[in-house]
Design a binder for this molecule. Structure first.
Ligand SMILES: Cc1cc2nc3c(=O)[nH]c(=O)nc-3n(C[C@H](O)[C@H](O)[C@H](O)COP(=O)(O)OP(=O)(O)OC[C@H]3O[C@@H](n4cnc5c(N)ncnc54)[C@H](O)[C@@H]3O)c2cc1C
Length: 470
């Protein structure tokens, strides 16, 4: 048992007795580590020297039985409990707002490949990169590459409805999910079998996708896998306008081709990713990766070339550069301490509203006093529409604090998205940051139903209390 100051010693002792001394801690460094996730607001707390959400105890279960024991204890004693994966969520979804127990799932990390049936059975705490490396060694891929791959976990992916950079071919985590094991209050284990499809009542396992730890604790998942791609083709193009590039991709989608990666950068962001290509000047750059069976890849290549015939081909260099740099993420920790506030906001919208929404959000961000830069890329595509990923940076004016400036940018972006009928989140989820707008996005009756559902699953509201506004 890790010894810390006399902070809720009874809780620590009880939990140690239940699951073992080596699986519990109330050491101050642990409590601080688990007091936040990757939400910029929690960075601001650190910069101000405050820790408003320190848990009482952190537990590290090593089996589903451990999770059941902790859940039962929390339920019987009415103690809040917060599931924690990699802590890479960017909206405060894992912040232990009401103190209590943080349950870190990372020791649940067994991996078993079922290669004949083409799926993997994997512990919810398994690290994304380690899972992908393991699959690659055996000749497979999951096809799921969120930018946080090195630090996020399977349970976190499902709980936030994550999506990876290769989504146009492989889909989001919801498309990969075949089955689940979940512990729900007061301590029941639900098991959803990994069948290819089932029509046996409503598909209840889907309730846990983007439930952000409010309905249960995921302990295991069954995910689809693919043979490692035989062939890969890299392409890039420069279009005259964002509208032209979006139209090319819309047509590719309509024809049923599925490039693994498509990323359209607006003119500002094109400067970053196409800096080495002179012809990209003043263009909207698109990078594309095709992969898989050589016959399919060849057919898709033809479709892409046809649909981008109104653009200039810009070669492989920008794509190679992106492949090298795609997991580099250090801006937040570099800029925030310097007083420069930066963040990203993703939303989705049908094709018919895409260009208008892009223009309105960029203008709304720029209209907030202090903004230095606002730009975007589109990086996930569907026959019906697109996900935009907005990036902003600014120095708060004298009259407002960094947090006030930050919240104002979020407010104008959320309101503009709602005005256009878009979804206020495409893949980061709601957490504590977007809770203010969830009812507006879903509508009051739907949100009330969600509230009832939460009450049915968790009548004492022990699971991630306060998250998503519940
Ligand atoms: C630099 C960076 C890049 C990112 N890029 C992407 C990206 O490309 N695509 C994308 O989708 N997201 C991205 N994200 C966001 C984040 O990585 C994802 O939301 C990821 O799915 C979170 O996983 P995690 O294991 O870190 O979860 P955590 O942050 O630990 O938790 C997220 C939420 O899920 C709940 N939770 C965690 N594990 C469980 C479980 N086992 N059972 C029940 N609830 C659980 C938590 O309570 C919390 O509400 C990025 C984040 C960062 C910091």
């Amino acid at each position: 048992m890790s010894k810390g100051p006399a902070r809720n010693e009874k809780l620590l002792k009880d939990l140690a007795k239940l699951i073992g001394e080596k699986k519990v801690s109330n050491k101050i460094p642990d409590l601080i580590s688990y007091s936040h996730d990757y939400w910029p607001i929690s960075f601001f707390w650190f910069l101000e020297g405050s820790i408003p959400s320190m848990p009482d105890v952190v537990v590290f279960p090593e089996s589903v039985e451990d999770v059941v024991k902790v859940m039962r204890y929390a339920y019987e004693n009415n103690i809040p409990i917060y599931p924690y994966g990699g802590g890479t969520g960017v909206l405060g979804g894992a912040v232990p707002e009401y103190k209590g127990i943080v349950i870190d799932l990372k020791r649940l990390r067994e991996i078993k490949i079922h290669d004949y049936d083409l799926y993997v059975e994997v512990g919810a705490g398994t690290n994304g990169m380690l899972l992908e490396m393991y699959l690659n060694k055996k000749g497979y891929t999951l096809g799921h590459f969120p930018q946080s791959l090195y630090a996020s976990t399977v349970g976190g992916w499902i709980s936030t409805k994550a999506i990876g950079q290769f989504s146009t071919k492989y889909g989001g985590i919801e498309d990969m999910l075949l089955g689940l094991e979940v512990v729900v209050p007061p301590g029941e284990v639900l098991h959803f079998k990994p069948n290819p499809r089932a029509a046996v009542g409503p598909d209840l396992k889907r309730l846990f996708i983007e439930a952000e730890g409010l309905l249960g604790i995921i302990t295991k998942a069954y995910l689809k896998i693919w043979p490692y791609p035989e062939k890969r083709v890299l392409m890039s193009f420069g279009s005259d306008s964002l509208e032209d590039a979006l139209n090319s991709v819309r047509n590719i989608m309509r024809r049923g081709a599925k490039p693994a990666v498509i990323r359209i950068y607006d003119k500002i962001e094109t400067k970053k990713w196409f800096y080495m290509v002179k012809k990209a000047k003043n263009k909207v750059g698109t990078i594309i990766i095709l992969e898989g069976d050589p016959v399919l890849v060849e057919a898709e290549k033809r479709i892409v070339e046809e649909e981008f015939s109104n653009a200039i081909p810009l070669g492989e260099e920008p794509v190679k550069y992106w492949l090298e740099a795609r997991f580099n993420v250090k801006e937040l920790s570099e800029y925030l301490p310097l007083g420069i506030v930066i963040d990203t906001i993703e939303i989705s919208v049908p094709w018919s509203r895409a260009v208008d929404l892009y223009n309105d959000v960029i203008n709304a961000m720029r209209s907030v006093k202090g903004t230095l830069l606002a730009f975007a890329h589109a990086s996930h595509f569907y026959p019906q529409g697109v996900c935009f990923y907005f990036i902003f940076g600014g120095i708060p004016p004298k009259e407002s604090s960094p947090v006030e400036y930050y919240r104002e940018i979020w407010r104008v972006t959320m309101e503009t998205t709602i005005k256009h009928g878009g979804a206020i989140s495409h893949h980061h989820g709601i957490g504590r940051m977007r809770a203010e707008w969830i009812m507006q996005d879903l509508g009051k009756p739907t949100f009330s139903l969600f509230r009832k559902l939460k009450k049915t699953f968790d009548e004492r509201n022990i699971l991630n209390r306060g998250n998503m506004g519940l």
